[in-house]
Design a protein. Structure first.
Length: 268
């Protein structure tokens, strides 16, 4: 049995199938951990969701910003943008089943010293803190009032994180960190920067390089930052290697950190 952490697919189903062939994936034996952004910008979001739901016993998913965006579009909370490629999901006969399945997926997974989220953790958050914060958002997203949470995430101003936040502001701020963080200050102020680390704005640092961050006792598995690329440190596996931008889709075998890659989506 092997466990593979896989980077942002973003609807690149052909690359996913090639990667699973590359690792000789066996659904009855192996496990696949997906770091979020299953859908959007690539050509086959519907095929990705259907396949992962089909092999669900072997799959562990955390949600990314594009996954939440799909849920919001499906509820009419935000319109699709010109570059979005989620229409195949929205018009599918099984769309409701797929969207309910997606909405019930977590935003974190913690197992055997690994902690998987889509984007990152603020330096002042411990792993114990983050588990509780994230469970609060997951409960709201999978519950009957999920539309209110999605509206707040996509229509309200994003409150900067502070421990005194309550109610919907608190949930929105937590979700924003988990699905959007790339760089921040030592006090946890986030930027919207998405470029390479060496070009980060003054005063902002990749979240995992903040000195003394309180979550360094786990190996964090993340995606979201395509410009960073595959980046491995003793307590970090950052595995968004830009599949949807024509680079690679990456799997890391957690037992020995062996890296497997296939070519990403070609727009030619």
């Amino acid at each position: 049995m092997s466990t593979y952490a896989i980077g942002d697919i973003q609807g690149c189903f052909n690359s996913l199938r090639n990667l699973l062939d590359r690792i000789t994936f066996q659904p009855r034996i192996d496990r696949l951990w997906f770091v979020g952004d299953l859908v959007n910008r690539g050509p086959e979001s519907l095929s990705v969701l259907r396949y992962l739901r089909q092999i669900e016993p072997a799959v562990q998913v955390v949600l990314g910003n594009h996954d939440l965006f799909l849920l919001a579009v499906a509820e009419g909370i935000v319109p699709p943008r010109p570059k979005d490629t989620i229409q195949d999901v929205l018009v599918a006969p099984d769309r409701n089943e797929l969207l309910v399945w997606l909405r019930q997926q977590p935003l974190h997974h913690h197992e055997n010293g690994f902690f998987m989220v889509h984007a990152g953790l603020l330096p002042q958050w411990t792993i114990t803190d983050t588990v509780q914060f994230t469970r609060d958002v997951e409960t709201a997203l999978s519950g009957p009032d999920y539309r209110a949470l999605l509206r707040a995430i996509f229509q309200n101003p994003i409150p900067p994180w502070r421990p005194s936040l309550t109610g919907m502001d608190r949930l929105v701020s937590i979700a924003h960190v988990l699905t959007r963080l790339r760089t921040c200050t030592p006090t946890g102020k986030m930027s919207n920067f998405s470029g390479t680390p060496e070009n980060a704005p003054s005063g902002f640092t990749p979240w995992f390089r903040i000195p003394g961050r309180r979550n360094a006792d786990a190996t964090i598995i993340t995606g979201h930052w395509a410009a960073l690329g595959l980046h491995i440190e003793p307590n970090l596996l950052a595995i968004d290697s830009g599949c949807v931008w024509g680079r690679q889709l990456t799997a890391v075998r957690l037992e020995d950190r062996a890296v497997f890659q296939v070519n990403g989506y070609s727009r030619c």
